[in-house]
Design a protein around this ligand. Structure first.
Ligand SMILES: NC(=O)c1ccc[n+]([C@@H]2O[C@H](COP(=O)([O-])OP(=O)(O)OC[C@H]3O[C@@H](n4cnc5c(N)ncnc54)[C@H](O)[C@@H]3O)[C@@H](O)[C@H]2O)c1
Length: 366
């Protein structure tokens, strides 16, 4: 589609070969309401699934017509029809399982956060590289319509030089969908703003300093932070602000982005967060400085859930067939994790943190 004469698209293309046999490890919420609908809509081939809760695996297989239910991880990994393993289990359990997948010579798609600790993520990325398999992380917000089209516009200099980037979210989050999150001492940035931090990196690259303030809502039952402000500073004039509150119990919820530059602005809404996990289509409008008062509206049609979930899997498949790297490779994701952990360190120590500190600290302790 054309927007103010610029070519943009919210469609996600599959690579030439997309019939790899996919095996699932973990058959919980996200697999059922996001991964499998996206894979089915795109004709992907899910051949087997496994969950430590056998009933969850059997129910998922029945509802999504998956031919084989494995009785153990070893059984799934021994299945020669499984070429890519989609690991979607609770994050603390992910690194040891993913390491076994890599050792079995299967390519893998992991969920965010790749690991709870930065050093464990580095270890896993190293193991996958040594095993000669591709590892992608499911940071699918990069393919969400509003963010993807904003990125295409920014890359075409539609807003000139970026100076002020904002993602502002104030919603009521259904934490009950993830009982394991409520007990976590770190919540908001590790499980949620990680998407915004990764999206900002995809739009503008790596920040040089991170400053964060973390808080809790009055009387909240969750242990960790649910209200955060993260400021990313870049080399040059750009500043990015991510401002999130998960305890907005009013009907005045919002989830929006604004990317302002020397030549214009792109702004819009993140539809998913208005009614998770159903959501709605994002909105995006663009105003160039030389057309004051005129807003060009993008006719977006795809949703974060399920449509954007095809992005990381398609990119992983492309990397397998070209010998390249997935867009959200494990190595790239270490950059996002450095920003995540820089935000926690900043909030604790009340100072600006260079993400390079996180890498330096991890290598000093390994
Ligand atoms: N937009 C997103 O990217 C997004 C959204 C939601 C969840 N997630 C991520 O997806 C992952 C799963 O989340 P969910 O909401 O589906 O959680 P869930 O609790 O609904 O499901 C997790 C499933 O994993 C199974 N499991 C746990 N440990 C296992 C192990 N060692 N071996 C086999 N099975 C195991 C459980 O039995 C359960 O069925 C998490 O990492 C979460 O952070 C990502």
């Amino acid at each position: 589609m054309k927007l103010a004469g610029l070519e943009v698209s919210d469609r996600i293309a599959l690579p030439p070969k997309s019939d790899y046999g996919i095996g699932l490890v973990g058959c919980g919420g996200i697999v059922n309401y996001a991964h499998l609908p996206a894979y089915q809509a795109n004709g992907l081939r899910v051949v087997a699934c496994y969950d430590q809760d056998r009933e969850a695996a059997e129910r998922t297989a029945r509802e999504h017509r998956i031919p084989r239910v494995a009785g153990s991880l070893d059984e799934l990994l021994a299945d020669e029809g499984v070429e890519i393993v989609d690991v979607a289990i609770t994050p603390g359990a992910q690194p040891p399982v993913a390491e076994r997948v890599a050792a079995a010579g299967k390519h893998l798609l992991c969920q965010k956060p790749l690991a709870l600790e930065y050093a464990d993520a580095v270890h896993l990325v190293t193991r996958a590289r040594e095993a000669g398999v591709k590892l992608a992380v499911n940071q699918q917000m990069r393919w969400d319509a509003g963010i993807a089209v904003a990125r295409q516009l920014i890359a075409q200099r539609a807003i000139g030089e970026p100076g002020d980037a904002r993602i502002e979210v104030s919603v009521r989050t259904p934490w009950h969908l993830w009982p394991w999150i409520a007990q976590s001492p770190r919540i908001e940035v590790l499980y949620h703003s990680i998407h915004y931090l990764d999206a900002m990196r995809s739009l503008f690259g790596d920040p040089v300093r991170v400053t964060a303030v973390h808080g809790r809502a009055p009387g909240q039952p969750e242990v960790g932070e649910t209200k955060t402000v993260t400021v990313l500073e870049y080399d040059g004039p750009l500043q990015a602000v991510i401002d999130v509150n998960h305890h907005n119990w009013t009907d005045d919820a919002y989830a929006r982005f604004r990317f302002l530059g020397s030549g214009g602005i792109v702004r819009g809404t993140i539809g998913l967060l208005y009614d998770y996990p159903h959501g709605r289509v994002d909105t995006l409008s663009y105003q160039p400085n030389d057309e004051p008062r005129r807003w060009h509206e993008a006719p977006l049609a795809t949703r974060w859930i399920p449509d954007a979930f095809i992005g990381p899997m398609a990119s992983l498949m492309e990397a397998i067939q070209t010998g390249g790297e997935p867009v959200t490779s494990g190595a790239d994701n270490l950059g996002t994790l450095r920003v995540v952990h820089a935000a926690y360190r900043s909030a604790t120590e009340r100072r600006a943190v260079n993400p390079a500190e996180i890498a330096a600290m991890a290598s000093a302790t390994t």
